[in-house]
Design a binder for this molecule. Structure first.
Ligand code: PSV
Ligand code: MN
Length: 384
């Protein structure tokens, strides 16, 4: 049993986001940290540290244009030299003045064309980097009732998605992300999983939904959404993070480890624990150091996964079929309350890693090295 669980944990892959290594903050203040990367190459070097100490984070997602470079093939080679690879390409149609009234749903056809060209450019970058996943998030929406026609905006969105879908090559897919609100406050054009699901369903198997755990109303049962999407073959992956209030982008598993466990249970139960589901982090480390913030997040996902794998399926099925409410709940809680840290330490040692990635990183001297070496030049951050 423990051997099976360890084997399953050994196969786990968690993707880090390049933007987690740059400076970030709130609309009130972005705090600069020393040693932060100045370009995408340095971001990849930091991501490689997360993989070096955890052994389960071999890919890093890019965000375009934050990670724009002249030679994407060279960037992919750099990743390879560091022992990692480029993961999902994240599009960005939310940071240009032209997008004030929307990107692909903008009433102005010229702005829509510009947004679509960017999305198609992201597919070109997939070709150049070997990435198989495009992540689409649209900040599009309206702030005031009557501001624009809700239905026409859906038509424009569908048209753009179809054009991107048609451009996808063999083995490529896009993941459509939804978000309840922000930056639009009255109506968001892709506000929920249902809207994302309906658009993807119309297009075909290369379009799937991505669940960003921070993009729901308080109290939403995210694991239900996960179970449903998996049942329909429409769950493409996760943007993992934690929230207390809205889209806080805090470390996954920090605010609600029980919720993360419940999500991972449904992933396993629904047959989604494999390479077809992208387990990505989408976080910003505003006040904590970034590389250990990512290491901690990866470990939190591993711990939730280990606990979910520990759920005794036979005992649970028996209790459920007998209508034993408390018994079934106890099976769940027993797994959640198990201390899986020794098991994960053992797994790391067997893989030739330090059993404690956080302290291994601290002892490596990498943090001091980047502070000493990365002097001068503008630091990477939102918008760079
Ligand atoms: C939007 O809030 C989002 O979750 C999307 O994934 C963006 O690309 C990402 O955050 C940027 O941090
Ligand atoms: Mn996200």
């Amino acid at each position: 049993m423990a051997t099976d669980i360890k084997a399953a944990l050994g196969r786990q892959r968690i993707e880090t986001p390049s933007w987690a290594f740059g400076n970030s903050g709130t609309r009130f203040k972005v705090f600069a940290q020393r040693g932060v990367p100045r370009d995408p190459y340095e971001k990849l070097a930091d991501a490689a540290q997360v993989h070096r100490h955890t052994g389960v984070a071999p890919t890093v997602a890019l965000h375009i244009p934050w990670d724009k470079v002249d030679d994407y093939a060279a960037l992919a080679r750099h990743a390879c030299d560091l022992g990692i690879a480029i993961g999902a390409i994240n599009s960005n149609v939310f940071q240009d003045d032209d997008y004030m009234l929307g990107s692909v749903t903008n009433p102005d056809p010229a702005v829509r064309r510009k947004a679509l060209d960017h999305l198609l450019e992201c597919v070109d970058i997939m070709d150049l980097t070997g990435s198989d996943t495009l992540k689409l998030w649209f900040s599009d929406g309206t702030n005031y009732p009557g501001q624009d026609d809700l239905r026409s905006r859906q038509d424009r969105l569908a048209e753009a998605l179809a054009a991107v879908y048609d451009r996808l090559g063999e083995g490529q897919r896009f993941l459509l992300e939804y978000k309840l609100f922000e930056p639009a406050f009255y109506a968001t054009d892709v506000p929920d999983w249902g809207t994302a699901y309906a658009h993807c369903l119309k297009l075909g198997p290369k379009a799937q939904v991505v669940v960003d755990t921070g993009h729901h109303a308080p109290g939403t049962n995210i694991e239900f959404i996960v179970a449903f999407l998996l049942r329909e073959g429409m769950l493409g992956g996760f943007d993992f993070n934690s929230r207390f209030y809205a889209d806080d982008d805090l470390m996954v598993g920090a605010a609600d480890p029980f919720q993360l466990f419940r999500i991972m249970y449904e992933v396993i139960r629904g047959g989604g624990y494999n390479e077809r589901t992208a387990f990505m982090l989408d976080q910003c480390h505003n006040i904590e150091p970034k590389i250990p913030g990512q290491i901690r997040s990866v470990m939190n996902v591993q711990e939730a996964t280990a606990k979910a794998l520990l759920v005794d399926g036979d005992a649970l099925a028996r209790a459920q079929s007998e209508g034993d409410v408390l018994g079934a709940n106890a099976v769940f809680m027993d797994a959640f309350n198990t201390d899986v840290r020794p098991l994960l330490a053992e797994l790391r040692e067997e893989a030739g890693l330090d059993p404690d990635p956080m302290s291994a990183y601290r002892r490596s001297g990498y943090a001091e090295k980047i502070v000493a070496e990365r002097v001068g030049g503008p630091q990477a951050g939102w918008g760079a």
